[in-house]
Each structure stands twice: as structure tokens, then as C-alpha cells.
Ligand binder design. Sequence first.
Ligand SMILES: Nc1ncnc2c1ncn2[C@@H]1O[C@H](COP(=O)(O)OP(=O)(O)OP(=O)(O)O)[C@@H](O)[C@H]1O
Ligand SMILES: [Mg+2]
Length: 273
Amino acid sequence: MSNCEGCPSAGTCGKSAETCGVTNNPNNKIKRIIAVMSGKGGVGKSSITALLAKAMQAKGLKVGVLDADITGPSIPRLFGLENEKAYGDGEKQIFPVIDKDGIKTMSINYLIEEENTPVIWRGPIIQSAIQQFYSDVLWEELDVLFIDMPPGTGDVALTVMQTLPVSGVVMVSTPQPMVSMIVSKAINMLRQMDIPVLGVIENMSYITCPDCGKKINLYESNVEQFVQENHVPLLAELPFNNGISRLNDEDNMDQEDIEAIREWILPVADLLA
Ligand SMILES: Nc1ncnc2c1ncn2[C@@H]1O[C@H](COP(=O)(O)OP(=O)(O)OP(=O)(O)O)[C@@H](O)[C@H]1O
Ligand SMILES: [Mg+2]
């Protein structure tokens, strides 16, 4: 098996240059790639990607975020970068858009004229855009590159898992049986591809009573059983918190929400760092 030329993780991702097909940019040194995935839509993948990225950057790590959701990109808004554009170096490389804390991001929305212009592309073009976001973006030195995955286990998931040297995947679920079933499919897909599942985050698991602080489950959670059956660690059960919808505008978030979110995301970042 030959390794891809210049690959920072040559010999560790287990993929041959023939199957990988993605050239590695010699200017990039990316230590780990963590994909945030679910199989299901709307469970909080992008929000959790943004929270983990911010938490890791706050710990002093160098962090990047690749928005692999080409048809429904959320990363620019979650980082307050929705009015930004990405520019090239006139050769082949694209500069990432950097947020106020120094997190490097890349999303299709930086490359189209209007934020709400739809991207109506077929699978192969979407796949090549994602591969270029990995190899042609000047990420330079990163401790961790998060990939915000679109919902599903289709073309994009296959492209990311088969062609990028993903170190592991954080799986996001919510406490409903239908979601667990679909998340199991995604876990099984990763198993078949020999990609480690770093753990499961159950999002919107409960709400906290504002008066007495008691946890109220919105659904009957079966997450303990779910992680046991799927042989994956449970990284966290995150509550419903209204502040999540205002991540892009931290100045206008309740201090209480900021502190609550920090309290539950920092231990997860510690587990993954
Ligand atoms: N813990 C939470 N508490 C409250 N709202 C949340 C929480 N997590 C996510 N949300 C909200 O749920 C909605 C969906 O979140 P998000 O976009 O992160 O999900 P997603 O899985 O990335 O969706 P998609 O599959 O469309 O990419 C957003 O409006 C977000 O603000
Ligand atoms: Mg998303």
C-alpha cells in the first residue's frame, strides 16, 4: 500500500493513495480530524461542532472547522462570519476565514455571492468541493480540524470517511427512538469503514427547571442502553438551552446561559483534547 504524498498522517489512516485520492497540502500540518456526525438532521451537529471548537480554542489549541454541509451550511452564522468571503492566494490555495478568537473556518457560503443563494450541485461536485476544502485551504498548523457533517450516511459521509484522514467521529443524538435507530446506522457505517467512534453526545436531553433546578426529561431517554448496545462511550447528555440559538451573538447571550453551556461543554472538550 502506498501512502499519499506529503500526507501528515501517512501510514496512520490506513487508506491507500489509490482509494484516498486527496492530495495533502504540504503547507498544512493537521494533527487530528474529528468529524461531528449523526445520520439524523437537526439534532445539533453544527451547534456542538461550534461549541467544541470554541472550547478547544479556549484551551489554547489551534482549531479549524470545515463545513462539509454544502447544501445547508451553518458554520459562518454560528461563528458570526456570515458577511465574510474567502479569498484565494492567486495560485491554488484558499485562505480560511478566521473568527474573533482565531478559529479558522471554511464553508461554501464564503464562496458564493449571497448567503441565501442555493447550491444546486450533484454529488460528485459536492464531494470535490469538500476534498478541496481539505487540501486547498491553507489551514497551516492545527491541533484539531472539526468537520461539521451534513445529515445522513450518503455520498458526503462516504467521501469524508473514505478520502480524508479522519481520526474519529463524535456522534450526536437526541432522546427519541427514531433518532437512536438512525444514529445506530451511522455508527455501523463507521465500524464497517474502521473509523473510531469517539463517543455519543445526547443533545437536548432534558431541560433544567428555572425555579428549582430539577432536570426534566422531555422524552424518555434510553441513552445508557443505547451506548451499551452500540459499544460506544457516552460523552455527555446536554440540556436544552435557549442560548444555543444565539451562539453567533455572544454579546447578547445571557451570562447565565454562557456559564451553563461552558460548564457542560468543557468536560467534553477535555475528553476529546
Ligand atoms: N442543546 C440545545 N438547546 C437548544 N437548542 C438547540 C440545542 N442544540 C441545538 N439547538 C438548536 O436546534 C437547531 C438545530 O441545531 P443544528 O443546526 O446545530 O443541528 P444540525 O444537526 O447541525 O442540523 P442539520 O442536520 O440541518 O445540519 C438550531 O436552531 C439550534 O439552535
Ligand atoms: Mg448542521
